[in-house]
Structures are given as C-alpha cells and as structure tokens.
Design a protein around this ligand. Structure first.
Ligand code: G3H
Ligand code: ZN
Length: 280
C-alpha cells in the first residue's frame, strides 16, 4: 500500500535501521524496485528526481501516477518522494502529484540563500502536510555538496535545521553521486557527530558508490534514509546490453523484462543490508 515517507522514516529510525529510497526513471524501475522490496519483505521509498521529470518532458504527473499505481498494489508499504528539486515550480507540483515528501536542493547556493530558499520550501510543504528534506554540505570552493572531499559541519547543520524547520537533512560525509564503483569511504565518526548535533533524521545521497560494510556502518552511526540510484541503472543497462546481442530481437519486453528483474535483485540485496544493521 501507499504510505507516507514520514511514516517509513519514523519506523526506520525507531528500529535503528535504514530505509532505502530508490530512483525511478521508467515504469519498469518502479515495478522492479517494488518487486525487490516485496522479496526482501521491507518497505521502500520510490523517488523521482527533477532530472527524471525533465526526461519525461518536464511533467511530473505521468511518471508519478505510474509509481503511485505500482505502490498502491504493493504487498509492502511504499511512499513517493520528489528528489533533488531546484525548481520551485516543480516543488509546487508535488502535492497534486501524490508525493508525500520532497527533497528541496538549494545546496548550490550560499549558506544564507540556502537557508532562505529552504525555509520557504519547508513552510510551503508543511502547509500541505508534506515532509521536506534539504541538503547542507557546501563548505567552500565551487564543489557541490556531494563532491568528494566536501563535508557537512555539525554545528552549521544544527543551525541550518533550526533556521529552516526541515524534517530531514542530507549530509556530505564522503559519498558522491553517480559512482559506478563502490569505493567511497565514509566518515562514520562525522555521521555520529551529526546525528548527535541534529534533531532530524539524516539522509545519505550517492549510496551506489558505498560498499556493503561502509553502508552498514553508516546506518549504525545514524543514517536513516539511504538514496540509491546509479547501481540500479548499472544492473538495468547491463541486462539490456546482454539481451540486445540478438539482432532479430525487436520486442522491448524481451530486454525490459530481464532489466526489471535485475533491478529487483539489487533492491532485494540492498534492503536486506539496510534491514539487518545493528544499532550502536
Ligand atoms: O538522490 C539520489 C541519490 O543520491 C542517488 O545517488 O545514483 O549515486 O546512488 P546514486
Ligand atoms: Zn542525491
């Protein structure tokens, strides 16, 4: 069934486990992610990024409706999240499209502008009962918050949460987006300090680049929501590529079915990992 992201985050936090949030690009992503969650017997968050909306012609509603329909039929709790929103016009589509949470990403702005934009987004979301995730991690230079080497400062994070009223916080602790190797090294001690400094649940982005033990350590140290995208596309595209070797094959179902199955396998494995973490 369809539930709210707040419910899934609250449940995971209470159990000191992680909740997986997987990026949906196509209908087959949503189907594969939910199949994997059912195989794992775990709840899951389906997240649609601003980039995925752009891929669908700038319209959130069609892909959100597809994800919502898959979620409604699921045997496990599933929520819908709008990810990495920079465009306020897209933020404002979230409620009507059935999203229960949004990640508003103003991390490219200077600190004061990030605070002002994020506070406005949080106020808008809260008026509609939505959960608002934000990001803080730019510590200087031109790097984005999840570039290698960038870290979130615990004191600044606490001040940011107090000033904006956000419900969860994405932090920079060593991961970076779109890695196709699982070689990122996380600062687990910093995660624990952030958990102690910040009252809201912590979110890890770029989790595809994080190996099993590092990820389990991150959850044990205080990460609650774990965002996973690229690793699904590595599996999906690998299956498509392996199937397309037959030049007579023209039916898309012949390569989309194994691709969807590979997504389910990755999701089942990752959720198993997040669900068996022992708290400190
Ligand atoms: O918001 C989405 C995640 O941060 C996904 O990152 O594609 O590197 O796993 P990833
Ligand atoms: Zn991300």
């Amino acid at each position: 069934p369809l539930v709210t992201t707040q419910t899934l985050i609250d449940d995971a936090r209470a159990q000191r486990i992680g909740v997986g949030a997987f990026n949906v690009i196509t209908l087959e992503h949503a189907e594969g992610i939910v199949a994997g969650a059912e195989q794992a017997g775990a709840p899951v968050i389906l997240q649609i990024s601003e980039n995925a909306v752009k891929f669908h012609g700038g319209r959130l509603a069609p892909i959100a409706a597809a994800a919502a329909a898959v979620a409604a039929q699921a045997a496990v709790p599933v929520s819908l999240h709008l990810d990495h929103v920079e465009d306020t016009a897209l933020l404002h589509q979230a409620a009507d499209a059935g999203m229960s949470s949004v990640m508003f990403d103003a991390s490219h702005l200077d600190y004061e502008d990030n605070v002002a934009a994020t506070r406005a987004a949080a106020e808008w979301a809260h008026e509609r009962g939505l959960h608002l995730e934000a990001e803080l991690g730019k510590v200087g230079g031109k790097d984005g918050a999840h570039a290698p080497g960038v870290r979130t400062d615990p004191g600044e994070a606490a001040a940011f949460v107090a000033a904006t009223g956000v419900d969860s916080l994405a932090v920079a602790v060593g991961s970076s987006h779109a890695m196709t190797t699982r070689t990122a090294r996380l600062d687990h001690e910093l995660i624990a300090r952030l958990r102690d400094a910040v009252p809201v649940p912590l979110v890890l982005h770029g989790s595809s680049g994080v190996a099993d033990a590092e990820l389990r350590g991150a959850v044990a140290a205080g990460i609650v929501k774990v965002n996973i995208g690229t690793i699904l596309n590595v599996a999906f595209t690998g299956a498509v590529r392996a199937t397309l070797t037959d030049p007579k094959l023209v039916d898309p179902r012949k390569y989309l079915a194994p691709a969807r199955t590979e997504i389910a396998a990755v999701v089942q494995r990752m959720l198993g990992l997040l669900n068996t973490v022992d708290g400190p």
